[in-house]
Design a protein around this ligand. Sequence first.
Ligand code: ZN
Length: 300
Amino acid sequence: MNSTITLPRHLPWYLLARIESCITRPFKTKVDRDCPTCRGRTVTKHMGPLDATSYNVRGFGPRHFDLVCCSDCDLIFLSPLPPDKAFEALYIRFPQFVGHPAYHGENAKAALQFYRDRLAEILSLRRDGRRLDRVLEIGSGLSLISLAAKLLDHHTFAVAQDISQEAAGLCPWVDRYLVGPLESKKEEIQGAGPFDVISMTHVIEHLPDPVQVLRLCADWLSKRGTIFVTAPSRPVGWNESSPFEMWKNWEYNHTPAHLQYFNRKSLEQCCLRSGLHLLKYEPDKDSFVAWLGCSSKKPA
Ligand SMILES: [Zn+2]
């Protein structure tokens, strides 16, 4: 069957052009949350609805969210943002780390080895030949990056920050463990820096305002320092014509804990707005590993 729409030719040309552009452009919709990297300067494409997957947030805000894509930077993100009470339920009210299999036994050993290898790689590529004097771990939980840094060099000074105090007493290798929102710890962190490595492993996807946090990190980073970021990106094998079910069934569909999913393009845009430079972007199945460094340019 021929699905081409034939428009009546007696209409004025400008009306025909307008109607054609409405038919051919992708479906766009007004959503409650602007792209957190482009801030409302672009349109977004609605991808589909996601139900909350976390039982902790039941009763604290909406149970259904829209997954949308920024047409400019390709960031895929949830809309609307959940209310503060939902964040409290997700990260403070209920335990996240103790007893969770992802943070213990063989999983923790594998993660620790992964971080040791990655820190050693960062260290080997430092052009000034210096060691990692100071490391800041944001959203640290059980602080495996700090432990990996200490195992590489016990002289490294490790500062960890987490919004929850659940793991604060479980990480004796951390020199200073700060409990509270990052914004509230600015002065203490500034005083303990500058840092050769700032890590955000599986953190950036949880941040309501990733640009704001990366701007803080840019201030705290030493001149040749590296921000080490890992995060989920896209379901394996997904592309724009794939069924939306792939997002619903993805193991990283943690709605509404995961607020956005970056790829190289959206992370570059986020860096540009934060006074940072994307040094390295490495896809890893459905996730990525990235290195960010200070940029000589001012934030866009
Ligand atoms: Zn965007």
